[in-house]
Structures are given as structure tokens and as C-alpha cells.
Write a protein that binds this ligand. Structure first.
Ligand code: NAG
Length: 291
């Protein structure tokens, strides 16, 4: 490489392009070997294609799962998922950030499988200090088993936003000012697991997992956590002296995003804890009265 670059016959433009490519590759292409550990299911979790693809499998003996090597305190994190195709009833693919301990924080995407041709449910939740109960559920506007789609979490001190293919589907704002705890103090790791939940997942547990279809497989690619603050040894990678905060750390939805969010919430949301009066006979949680 050195002698190649030293040659005056290599045009400067080529050198610049090569360096740019090398730095892009170093930072932007997630590699599952580098970024994740398999934590469950032995061979059922498989890293393939030199680290570009990860498959989770579920059979009658076990599910499988992985976790990020890094912990993060705030970030904008993308992953592409292709969900279990065909008859996926009874299966759940969970994709989430979670901190440790009994007063943990958590930001959840869960995909509840279904019979062939029937819609998956995308279930979302937010936990602060061990308390969740903030579910919203959606039908997707595409078949999530036919191709990879991008599922993103924006988590900054002001808000958590769930995105699907860049479309915001849910916003959970920091409402500490009215006494609602917000995940802000505990670093979280990224996890994903594929498991059997046929006691509740599909039509509330009526449709069971058909084990003759096993193994069930969900696939992952293009992990991107370049826009995240890595927590290491009690310090954040974003906390350096000459660090100018990136825009995602204060990102808000603009009016076009708000229109999209409104569209999804009107057309694709099938459950919202904030409208479930039966569940909260004594009145809704305070954050529900905010918007
Ligand atoms: C499965 O399909 C049924 C029938 O369309 C639907 O009611 C249900 O919400 C779907 N999703 C799940 C996970 O049960």
C-alpha cells in the first residue's frame, strides 16, 4: 500500500477516493462478529457471509438470541430485519435495548408471528426504571417476511422515536416534568431473540406454533450504530472535551415527519394503552393526557 501510494503516477483523486472508501467501510458497515455476541441457542444463532448476515433459528428445543458487545447511552440505531416467513404463528422476534438490574430501562420492538397471509403485529413498549405498561401495536404496510426492512430507534434525552423504513411510527417524549420517568441514566445493550410464545402471541394465544414448520428463521443485516454514544468504563464516547453534539442528540420530528407519524397512528395502530379505558379504570397514566 505504501509504495503504491508513493508512486507519483497514482492520481490524487484516486488516493482520496480510496481513503474515503476505507474510512466509510471502517465505520459504517456493521459486522456481526465485531459487534455482537451469541447469548442463547448455540448453533441456532448463525453469523454468515463474513459477518454481514445473522440468522436466528427457533425449533422445539430452543430459541436463540444475540446481544451487542457495546452498551449505549443514547443513539440512533438501525437494523434491517427479515422476519420468519410462512406460518410464523406463535413465534416472537424481539428486538430491543435494555439496561441491567431490577430497575431497568428498555425500548422494545416485538414482532408477533401469524398464520401465512395473516398480518404480523408490531408491538412496541418503553420501560423506565423497571416499569413498562406503555404498549402500542401496529400492523405493517408491507409483508415484513418478503424482504429486509429497516427498524430504527432514536433515543436522545428528549424523546424516543420508533421508525420503520424511516417512517416514525411512535414517539415517547421525555415527560419527567410531569413525573413520568424517562430512560436517561442507564446505558443499554441491544438484544434480539427469537422464541416461542404461543401461549399469548397470536390471536391472544388461540393459534399455536406448528412445529412441523420448524426451524423458524429470522434474519438480520446492516446494523448501524455509528450515531450512538458508546458507554465504556463509566464514560460516554460522546463526552469528550471538544465534542460538538451531533444533530441526532437533539433530533425532533419536523412537520413532514409529524404528518407521517399521524398517518401511521391513524391507519396502522391497532392498540394504544392510552385509549384502553378498561385497563385504567382509575384514569389514564399522566403521559396519556399530554398530546
Ligand atoms: C393474526 O391475524 C388475525 C386475523 O387477521 C388478526 O386478528 C391478528 O391481529 C393477527 N396478528 C396476531 C399476531 O395475532
Amino acid at each position: 500500500m505504501a509504495s503504491f501510494l508513493a508512486s507519483s503516477r497514482v492520481p490524487m483523486l484516486v488516493v482520496v477516493v480510496l481513503f474515503t472508501l476505507a474510512s466509510l467501510m471502517g465505520s459504517s458497515l456493521g459486522n456481526f462478529y465485531q459487534d455482537f455476541d451469541i447469548i442463547w441457542g448455540d448453533w441456532r444463532a448463525m453469523i454468515l457471509n463474513d459477518g454481514e448476515l445473522l440468522n436466528l433459528n427457533l425449533d422445539q428445543a430452543s430459541g436463540s438470541g444475540f446481544q451487542s458487545k457495546n452498551e449505549y447511552l443514547f443513539g440512533k440505531i438501525d437494523m434491517q430485519l427479515k422476519l420468519v416467513p410462512g406460518n410464523s404463528a406463535g413465534t416472537v422476534t424481539a428486538y430491543y435495548l435494555q439496561s441491567k438490574g431490577s430497575a431497568w430501562d428498555e425500548i422494545d420492538f416485538e414482532f408477533l408471528g401469524n398464520l401465512s397471509g395473516d398480518p404480523y403485529i408490531l408491538h412496541t413498549n418503553v420501560y423506565s426504571q423497571g416499569k413498562g405498561d406503555k404498549e402500542q401495536q401496529f400492523y405493517l404496510w408491507f409483508d415484513p417476511t418478503a424482504d429486509f426492512h429497516t427498524y430504527s430507534i432514536l433515543w436522545n434525552p428528549q424523546r424516543i422515536i420508533f421508525f420503520v423504513d424511516g417512517t416514525p411510527i411512535r414517539e415517547f417524549k421525555n415527560m419527567e416534568s410531569i413525573g413520568v420517568p424517562f430512560p436517561k441514566y442507564q446505558p443499554m445493550r441491544l438484544y434480539s431473540t427469537l422464541w416461542n410464545a404461543d401461549n399469548w402471541a397470536t390471536r391472544g394465544g388461540l393459534v399455536k406454533t406448528d412445529w412441523s414448520q420448524a426451524p423458524f428463521t429470522a434474519s438480520y443485516t446492516n446494523f448501524n450504530a455509528n450515531n450512538a454514544c458508546v458507554w465504556f468504563n463509566g464514560a460516554s464516547s460522546c463526552d469528550t472535551n471538544n465534542f460538538s453534539p451531533p444533530s441526532w442528540l437533539s433530533e425532533d420530528l419536523d412537520s413532514a415527519d409529524l404528518d407521517k407519524l399521524q398517518w401511521v397512528q391513524t391507519n396502522n395502530m391497532i392498540y394504544n394503552y392510552c385509549t384502553d379505558a378498561k385497563r385504567f379504570p382509575q384514569g389514564f397514566p399522566p403521559e396519556c393526557n399530554m398530546s
